[in-house]
Each structure stands twice: as C-alpha cells, then as structure tokens.
Design a binder for this molecule. Sequence first.
Ligand code: AMP
Length: 399
Amino acid sequence: MRYPALSDAELEGRRVFLRADLNVPLENGKVADDTRIRGVVPTLRYLLGNGASVVIASHLGRPGGSRNPGLSLAPVADRLEDLMDMKVTFAPDCIGARVSTLRSSMRPGDLLLLENLRFHPGEKEGDEQFARQLADSADLYVNDAFGTSHRAHASMVGVPRILGGGYAGLLVERELEVFQERLESPERPFTLVLGGAKVSDKIPVIENLLTGLDRILIGGGMAFTFMLELGLEVGNSLVELDRLGAAGKIMEDARGRGIEVHLPRDIVVAPSTDRSDLSRTVPADSMPDGEMGLDIGSGTVEEFAGVICSSSTVVWNGPMGVFEIPPFDAGTRGIAEAMATASDSGTFTVVGGGDSARAVAEAGLNDRLGFVSTGGGASLKLLQGDELPALAALRGART
Ligand code: AMP
C-alpha cells in the first residue's frame, strides 16, 4: 500500500497539523530519554524548510482523559527547543479558545506544540467533534506517529478524515520502506524470531509470512504453548490453552513447507519471578513440576544465534524471557547480541519495536542493527499483513 509522501505536499505558506509520537519517559519533570523527540526532527526541519508552520500534537502516558500536570508535554517543548535551536511555543491545551488564538497567529516557520491529547477523553474515543477542534485552521495533515498508527484515535484518524487525507512523515516513511518494501521480498534465508507472552498476537504474523519464511525461532512465554502441544511437560509456565490447536497447525504447516521451527532446547526455571535465587537451567524435556520457565537457556541462545547468523534477513519481535527481571534477561540479551553480530556480517536485521527494541537499546546495540522499529504494536500489525487505520486515513476523502 502506498501513501502520500511529504515530497508530494505543497507546503509553502501552509499550516500543518503534525501528529508526532512524543510519548517520552519523564523523570523529575525532565525528559529522561529524548529518542522520540529526535525522531521527529527531520520531518520538522523538512516542513519548516519548505515554508510551512507546524502545529505538533502528541500524547504522553496514560492520563485517562483528564488533565494530569505530571504528564504535561511542557518538558518536551523545552527539549524540542534545544534540538531545533529555535523558539517552540507551548499551548496550555490542545483545543479551546486560547489555542485557537495561538494557532491563528502563526507565521511560516513557526512551531507550536499542543498539550497532551489524552487530557481529553475524545482522543482515545476517536470523537468526531474533538477531531474537528484539533483540525481547526490546519491546511494539511502529516502523520509521523508510527507507534500509534494502529489506533483509530481522533488525532490519528479523525483529523486526516476531516482534512481530506494527509501525508506520511519521514519517520513513518522509513518504517514503511522496511515493513512494506524490503520485507515484501526478503533476501533468503529469511528467519523470524518470536517471543513475548502472547501467542495469540504472534500467530497471525507467522501465518502471514509463512510463504516466504525459511526458519522460525520461538522463545519467551509463548514457546510453552508450542512445547505443550508437542507433549512436553511445562510445569507452571505460561500457556494459552485455547491456542494449542493453532500452535499445532502452524508447526504442521511449517513442516509441510520445509520451514525449520526451532523451540528452546533448554529453559531457565524458578518457582516464581521473585525467586531468582533458585533459578537453574534444565533441558526442555525435563521441566520440573510446580516451577515456571522464565527464560531460554544458554544452549538455546547458542542454537538460535547460529541460525540468526546464517540468515540473510532476520525479523525479531518479543523478548525471550522475563527480561525486566535479571537474571531472566540473559536470553533476550543473547539474542540482541546475535542480531548485532549477524548485522556486522551483512544480515539485514529488523527489531519490531516494543520490548525487544527496549532490550536492544539497553544493551547499547541500536547502531549495529539494520532497523529498530519505533512501534511494537504497529509493526506487529504490518507483519500480520493488516493495514494500519491511521495510514489508511491518509488516503481518505474529505468529510
Ligand atoms: P508480548 O507483549 O506478548 O510481546 O509480551 C512481552 C512480555 O512477555 C514481557 O513483559 C515479558 O516479561 C513476558 N515474558 C517473556 N517470556 C516470558 C515467560 N517465559 N514467562 C512469562 N512471561 C514472559
């Protein structure tokens, strides 16, 4: 699917409504990690450089539809001023009379950052009236919030509908280049690495990619549903009983197509996540009763790393264990390192955002990987072959 690009837009003297993803972590009222703010800078420079003025809108955290001063975008405005090296006006709200006045007095080259969209319930509800207020006096819409593009929120879908469609920002364009172009006909062998807790989220990804895949590596909590289906004991590990049949069918389909499916050969077990002092590694066919599998073992890391490094394209989504709690992060770190090593020798490596992207960033490996997505849920939907509602709205007709 192709979407209008910024290079198609007539920007001179126009007022742009830019939906960005400035949902950054805050600590003591300051931006703790400015990666997402940096991410939108190229699009801002492009828009301003081509004669537009830009109203920037974003959400931050989960204020639940009401004003929460701890989740204000004010610290983001300060950081954005530093990064852009120019004045950024900060609006006290995202809609209303005062914001309207600020918007109507904008001149080409001006930047105005609106307050947190989610201070209003209309944002998440996709409310039409709220969207109309957001669209107020804007000439065109640009979406650079890839990580929220699977949500039909007012600023994501309502505003472009009202403005007759819109344009993909540079960050969104780069995500689409990877997920829709490069991965459409990947260089083979093509390996998919899946982990995380939810089997239900990942099964549609395997189903969609099955025809072009060569290897599937399954770790994380989701592996236990597959292992149980194969008749192995999994103790108290996470399982989705209602997905046993689907897991069995995937393995059968994969076998029928000559796709290798690798499951963990060894598992790090403990009675619970808070008893890491009792953790130990056991073979996958000898999991003890009453304990939980919380990470893949080092033998599995070695096997998976070998497959990753002998692939031409690798896509990874989902941690290999409960990576938030050491020592159950070792498997995830091992896979992140294998991805980096593979990249160094020419494999095209893609990390599908969310937890796996966090693990890669924590290991300081971002720069060595082919592409790290800014959207976990959104990239998963693209890998499932779904069109993202906010991107579909860019093609829309005026309402
Ligand atoms: P998901 O959103 O499905 O990608 O799941 C991510 C979550 O899976 C993370 O919070 C991990 O802690 C969790 N996870 C990974 N491996 C396991 C496991 N073996 N048991 C329980 N939770 C896990």
